[in-house]
Design a protein around this ligand. Structure first.
Ligand SMILES: [Zn+2]
Length: 200
């Protein structure tokens, strides 16, 4: 993952290799991202995961804050959200003076356990993590977690939405996985147009 840097500024030269303890394998003098333990402990717990996106999307934050407003899969691109757990609360593990960050291996381990075998885990007052078998898969899930939140919030203003049933969620996820490269190729072309340099 990148050294401590705003995501929009990261270049290939900023990417570090870390071990499961969150320690750099090379470039040991680099300033490290404080929440690298989210990634390290999920990778340790989930051999099926090859990519993780941690996000502070403002679309998702409301669903980490209101216990009665549970995020649920609402459209055909978001079946991976079925069975989402309530938000992980750092305060339950780090006490009342916590800073809401996953800033050590112990919290990372507990957050990874909270994620379990799911694709997404929410983090109260902070954001979420989305995981996948590949970078395109994790990015797709991160982007569509936020879109599901926008759509669900809009629908809730109109009344009680009809959510995906669990069988629908499974069928939708299978269908989307078969064509996820469509969105990925679009996003790559957009980034290439913006940066005109290093994406491949
Ligand atoms: Zn964070």
């Amino acid at each position: 993952m990148s050294r401590s840097l705003a995501p929009g500024l990261v270049t290939p030269a900023d990417v570090l290799e870390l071990d499961f303890a969150g320690k750099p394998v090379s470039n040991v003098g680099a300033q490290l991202f404080v929440e690298r333990f989210i990634h390290a402990e999920i990778y340790r717990a989930r051999p099926d995961v090859n990519a993780i996106v941690h996000s502070h999307s403002p679309s998702v934050l409301p669903f980490t804050l209101v216990p009665s407003a549970r995020l649920r899969p609402i459209c055909h691109t978001c079946g991976f959200l079925d069975g989402l757990a309530p938000p992980f609360d750092v305060a339950d593990h780090a006490g009342p003076a916590n800073d809401l960050l996953i800033r050590n291996a112990e919290l990372g381990c507990k957050f990874a356990a909270h994620l379990g075998s799911r694709a997404v885990a929410l983090l109260r007052g902070h954001g979420f993590a989305a995981v996948g078998a590949s970078v395109p898969n994790a990015v797709f899930r991160a982007i569509y977690t936020a879109r599901n939140c926008d759509i669900q919030l809009a629908a809730m203003r109109l009344g009680e939405p009809i959510y995906l049933s669990s069988p629908e969620a499974v069928a939708c996820e299978e269908a989307i996985l078969a064509q996820a490269s469509r969105a990925w190729m679009l996003w790559l072309s957009q980034i290439q147009a913006e940066t005109s340099q290093w994406v491949s």
